[in-house]
Design a protein around this ligand. Structure first.
Ligand SMILES: [Zn+2]
Ligand SMILES: [Zn+2]
Length: 348
């Protein structure tokens, strides 16, 4: 992957707004402001350059539904060939790479096995997530929206996932060889260790990322067999954010779930399931000592963004910093592999 660089004038209004959103998302700013900018991008996508210029001159930009004061100023400046002031200040605040460490691993990353769109609880359409991944120099990404049980996250029913797969295929067809969008899911692990989607549908996916979102405080003697059963399921490829811990952020803190990590990671090793290094700063999951345990057992890993917005795709740099510091060899990280190898591994 490549570090995105700061743009220069002239810049189109849409590029300026997209870059601002990217930086704000990556910097974990409030979604309220970002959503407003994203709405303004949608609003001007349908407006011709000529009309936009006329409206800037006439001062009537804000008559377009979805354009507020800040967006109007950004659009006005970029139409006049000036680098928008809001972009400059956002660049100053959030333009630096998220971390200095892990640069070699970051450069070696090719893909992502955990990312969401607005089909479940993400903020952006699939197409926008793909475009951002392409701009970061990624080669592939699995779309992993939530499964039905997770109603709070607008989890996809059987019908909606079937519908989504058609969209994924259409997007893929339009991308040619330049980028591959893999058919994926973040499937919830039930209390009995079964997966929250029908087997025949899981069989149609390229990759299955499995995770726990309920009863995180179960005692270890219940949590361990639950996780081992999920890992032994031949359809599971990735065990995501395995401890469920939250270390910072607006949702507060949550201690890691209790389970026999050696048993769970041994099951991962035996079943060719990768242990996810979840890059989200509030998750930072698994903690260092568990990554070291999985490393010493010989497990495969993924470095995933768990992005819910395009700018968050770049959070993988945080996972890279951790993996490099903890001495995980790049070849054991599935998200550094070419997409054909990932497909073969997932179906193997
Ligand atoms: Zn999750
Ligand atoms: Zn997720």
């Amino acid at each position: 992957m490549e570090q995105p660089t700061a743009p220069e004038a002239p810049i189109s209004p849409i590029d300026a707004l997209r870059r601002i959103c990217f930086l704000l998302e990556r910097g974990r700013e409030s979604s309220y402001r970002i959503d407003a900018f994203r709405r303004s991008i949608e609003a001007i996508t349908l407006v011709s350059d000529e009309e936009l210029r006329e409206r800037v001159e006439a001062g009537t930009l804000k008559q377009i539904k979805g354009i507020g004061d800040s967006s109007a100023a950004i659009i006005g400046q970029s139409v006049r060939g000036v680098l928008p002031a809001y972009l400059v200040s956002t660049e100053e605040k959030h333009g630096e790479p998220l971390t200095r460490g892990g640069a070699a691993l970051y450069a070696a990353l090719r893909g992502d096995l955990h990312a969401h769109s607005n089909w479940s609880d993400g903020g952006s359409p699939i197409e926008e997530m793909v475009l951002a991944a392409v701009e970061l120099g990624q080669e592939w990404m699995a779309l992993t929206d939530h499964s039905p049980r997770l109603t709070v996250a607008n989890g996809l029913s059987r019908e909606r996932l079937t519908q989504q797969l058609k969209r994924v295929d259409a997007i893929n067809a339009s991308l040619g060889d330049a980028f591959t969008l893999l058919r994926g899911i973040e499937v919830d692990i039930h209390l009995d260790g079964t997966l929250d989607q029908d087997d025949d549908l899981l069989d149609q996916l390229d990759v299955v990322t499995a995770s726990i979102h309920s009863k995180l405080r179960q005692p270890s003697f219940e949590m361990t067999p639950r996780m081992v059963a999920a890992v032994r399921n031949p359809r599971t490829n990735v065990l995501a954010h395995c401890t469920g811990q939250l270390v910072t952020g607006s949702r507060g803190k949550r201690p890691p779930s209790q389970f026999d990590a050696e048993k769970v990671f041994r099951a991962c090793l035996e079943n060719d399931v990768a242990v996810e290094i979840n890059s989200r700063p509030e998750r930072c999951d698994p903690p260092d000592e568990l990554i070291e345990l999985a490393r010493d057992l010989g497990c495969l890993f993924t470095i995933d963004s768990d992005a819910h917005a395009p700018g968050q795709l770049d959070m993988k740099s945080l996972g890279c910093e951790r993996a490099e510091r903890l001495g995980i060899p790049a070849e054991r990280i599935v998200t550094t592999w070419p997409v054909d190898d990932v497909r073969a591994w997932a179906k193997g």
